[in-house]
Ligand binder design. Structure first.
Ligand code: PLP
Length: 404
């Protein structure tokens, strides 16, 4: 999937006008708006949407999306980022996407007392994820000792086999333990089913596994009902960018997690997301150019050029070695014999497609999660103009200075 030809030419011009001096991550706000409109359509199917912050690790980006969609729920996977997100969005509801060691709980608690916004109420707005009896006992112990009420969401295994409870006696006992505990409250369930995206549709195989996931989720719901609780009032989270389009009714789940789809890095080039547009790019200047030449192999270089195996022209770019594919200029290809370089990676270009020194070349990230964090502030770009430079999430000093 390619953005239009003049998109990159205009972006190149914009970055030069802004004297952008090093590799940067660009978010295309026009494409993002398009993706947001599709997400809004899915919200109208009746599901609540929880924004997956790890895939959009930039407070201004999250602010932009939540304002445009009305989303008030965030899923966080990293303690330092969680604290920063709470500072930025103290009115939002937070669900942890993975279970944390109790040391995270202790550090969070110390940070909260010292630094969290006054209007943030953890027992109502922060749901810790618990995957096992052992973890539950640890959290119960912490809550008793600290007399801190904790809101608990249970991770259930609906087929991904990445940990979590199954609908059995142990799960029922965990529910009972939470119900009878003076400081614990059950806020919901989280069952992730990314494996379904990899299963082929053919012969109803995918449908079979989807029904199986639903059945497991439904069994967990029934166990909760059996303990006298109304599951409707709980968070019943599932889905992710790879599967959220496949949920139709809220009979089982009531909340879908979505992150990466909004930027659509290339790992998300899936049929289910075919209407979404790529909205994030890496831009970096070409520092040097020369005729393609392999080190110490001039005859072979000439042969490879003559046979078109490598382009005529080579450019050394500022940086490199990213989890990303070169996309513009179109003939751009990594010069394999030079290997990967995080400093100055070498690319070849074909006749008529050469960038000039100091021109920007472009890559499409494979994923947003790690890539967005590698370039400093993000360039928020719309129709030929960089509108803003958005800082990404980092590591608040306050989290290190507190004494748990
Ligand atoms: C628990 C959970 N929910 C949802 C997601 C989906 O995130 P995304 O929408 O960015 O693919 C993930 C991704 O790892 C996850 O671990």
């Amino acid at each position: 999937m390619r953005a239009p030809e003049n998109f990159f030419a205009n972006l190149n011009q914009s970055l030069k006008t802004h004297e952008c001096a090093f590799p940067c991550l660009v978010v295309d706000l026009d494409a993002l708006d398009h993706n947001i409109s599709l997400i809004k359509a899915s919200q109208t199917r009746g599901f609540d949407v929880r924004l997956v912050a790890k895939s959009l690790p930039c407070p201004s980006l999250i602010d932009y999306i939540t304002k445009a969609t009305g989303i008030t729920r965030i899923m966080s996977f990293h303690l330092p980022f969680l604290c920063q997100l709470i500072e930025n969005f103290p009115e939002m509801d937070f669900l942890l996407g993975k279970p944390m060691p109790t040391s995270a709980l202790k550090r969070f608690n110390a940070w909260r007392k010292a630094d969290a916004p006054q209007n943030f109420v953890p027992q109502d707005q922060l749901h810790w994820l618990i995957d096992s009896q052992n973890r539950l006992d640890q959290y119960a112990g912490f809550a008793e000792q600290s007399r801190e009420p904790l809101s608990i969401c249970l991770e259930i295994d609906i087929g991904l086999h990445r940990g979590g409870f199954s609908p059995n006696k142990a799960f029922e006992n965990a529910i009972k333990q939470i119900q009878s505990h003076p400081y614990l409250k059950l806020s919901g369930l989280m069952g992730y089913e990314a494996h379904l995206a990899k299963i082929p549709e053919a012969f109803g195989i995918k449908q079979h596994f989807r029904q199986r996931s639903r059945r497991i989720y439904q069994q967990c719901r029934s166990i909760i009902s059996g303990q006298g609780m109304e599951p409707e009032g709980l968070i019943l989270n599932s889905g992710g960018s790879q599967t959220f389009t496949e949920f139709e009714s809220q009979e089982t789940e009531n909340e879908l997690a979505i992150g990466s789809a909004l930027l659509k890095p290339s790992d998300f080039d899936l049929n289910s997301l075919k209407n979404f547009q790529p909205a994030c790019w890496i831009a970096t200047p070409v520092l040097k150019e020369q005729s393609s030449q392999l080190p110490g192999a001039s005859t072979i270089s000439a042969l490879l050029k003559a046979t078109g195996i490598i382009g005529n022209h080579a450019g050394f770019i500022y940086g490199g070695n990213w989890q990303a594919q070169p996309v513009y200029p179109q003939s751009m290809q990594r010069m394999r014999p030079f290997g990967f370089s995080s400093n100055q990676e070498c690319y070849t270009f074909k006749q008529g497609d050469y960038p000039k020194v100091d021109d920007f070349v472009f890559f499409r990230p494979k994923q947003s999660e790690a890539l967005l964090l590698q370039f400093g502030n993000i360039a928020a770009y719309r129709s030929g103009q960089i509108k803003n430079w958005w800082p990404v999430l980092g590591y608040p000093q306050s989290l290190y200075s507190v004494q748990p």
